[in-house]
Design a protein around this ligand. Structure first.
Ligand code: UDP
Length: 381
């Protein structure tokens, strides 16, 4: 299997596929080994029986301002650009998220002008973050900060991460700013888009190169580390190995299991033109659900005539990853706390001594990265 191969990559998600493509274009012979019977990892999507593209593992929007990454991804798919917008339900109101001047107008009609004026004067910027808003001196803004913290961040974060907003690494919360303008976009990147034929096809196209050999249904335990050396199917190898799976599994949990968050999705197909105003609506106050995605709004299929009168929604429920559980057996997110300590460091220390091994991607690097970052890191390896 390894004959004539220069690099062996474990995992055909975005990280594995991007690094495979890069090495293949450099003239290397690349072998990609994937445990599942499909590619794309947690980007996997499919067309359901109504013709709606469903993102099986949660809503994905590609966003970046990096020109090199934009050019790279455009080679493997046609993209429909759109500005992702999200609403959040607070009490009996549904307002744009990130909280912005429009949200403030709806939530506090009597005080909105005063609050917006004070926000502009205090921050002198287009954007701030919840923890900064909580720490201002002005009593009205402090109250606003407390309101946003209680109604948008705290419950959602406890559900999502199993810990309070105060204990999670603050870069996680900074993904959702507070905007001091009427800009109601969820992201601010120049390029925000979805591939017209879906992410699975995009990843397949990336892997479609004469120097890449892809094997599916490969046993997950094929790669083993023993005494600081790499073994594939029981044979020691000094070829370059790139691992994109969970780092604790690679070392067979020798230093303990790492915490991950997992997700469960409940899909429903409804006989409606439209279920909600936005592709994604968040429900911080719901006891267990975080958000609802209406897929045809996300995949920009709303205009397809065959989809009139039908729509598919996905309700998202987070939980603690447990490989033996029915609903939460897939690791999605590493849990990085505010203390700055990365629980995976014990494994990184061991991996560093194995010169032919590289860890790449969200699960292997134990890092909360989004798609463009995963691809950028893979191209930089
Ligand atoms: N968040 C929140 N309330 C919301 C939306 C987000 O508290 O309504 C926090 C939460 O901690 C979440 C983080 O902000 O995990 C990042 O949100 P994002 O929508 O980027 O999450 P992802 O799409 O990566 O799951």
């Amino acid at each position: 299997m390894l004959n004539n191969k220069d690099i062996i990559i474990f995992g055909a998600g975005p990280s594995g596929a991007a690094v495979a493509r890069k090495k293949a274009e450099e003239g290397k012979q690349v072998l990609v080994l994937e445990n599942k019977d499909v590619v794309a990892g947690n980007l996997f999507d499919y067309k359901n029986d109504k013709g709606i593209i469903v993102h099986k593992f949660g809503p994905h929007i590609f966003q970046t301002s990096d020109e090199d990454i934009i050019s790279f991804v455009k080679r493997f798919a046609n993209w429909k650009e759109f500005r992702h917008k999200v609403n959040v339900v607070i009490g009996d109101k549904e307002v744009p998220l990130p909280i912005n001047f429009k949200s403030i107008d709806i939530l506090f009609p009597d005080k909105a002008e005063m609050l917006k004026q004070k926000l502009k004067e205090t921050f002198n910027s287009d954007v701030t973050y919840i923890m900064d808003l909580l720490n201002v001196e002005d009593e009205d803004l402090k109250e606003l900060g407390k309101f946003v913290y209680d109604n948008v961040f705290e419950n959602y974060t406890v559900k999502m991460w199993g810990i309070s907003s105060e204990d999670i690494d603050q870069s996680v919360l900074k993904r959702v700013p507070v905007r001091l303008s009427y800009d109601d976009g969820y992201f601010s990147d120049k390029f925000q888009a979805v591939p017209t034929t879906g992410y699975t096809e995009f990843i397949k196209e990336m892997l479609n190169h004469e120097n890449i050999k892809l094997k599916l249904n490969v046993p997950v335990d094929l790669l083993e580390i023993k005494d600081g050396k790499t073994f594939i199917d029981g044979e020691e190898t000094d070829k370059e190995v790139i691992w994109t799976g969970a780092v604790d599994y690679l070392f067979r949990y020798s230093k303990g299991e790492l915490p991950y968050r997992s997700l469960k999705f409940e899909l429903e197909t409804l006989e409606l033109d439209s279920f909600q105003d936005r592709a994604v609506v968040n429900y911080p106050a719901d006891p267990s659900m975080t958000r609802i995605t209406e897929y045809k709004k996300l995949t920009q299929q709303e205009d397809e005539e065959t989809l009139l009168g039908v729509t598919t929604i996905g309700k998202e429920y987070p939980g603690s990853y447990d490989k033996a559980s029915k609903d939460f057996s897939i690791p999605y997110y590493p849990v990085i706390k505010k203390d700055g300590l990365n629980p995976a460091d014990v494994y990184f220390k061991e991996a560093k001594n194995i010169t032919n091994l590289k860890l790449l991607g969200r699960l292997a690097e134990y890092k909360y990265k989004q798609m463009a970052q995963a691809i950028s890191d893979a191209l930089d390896i």
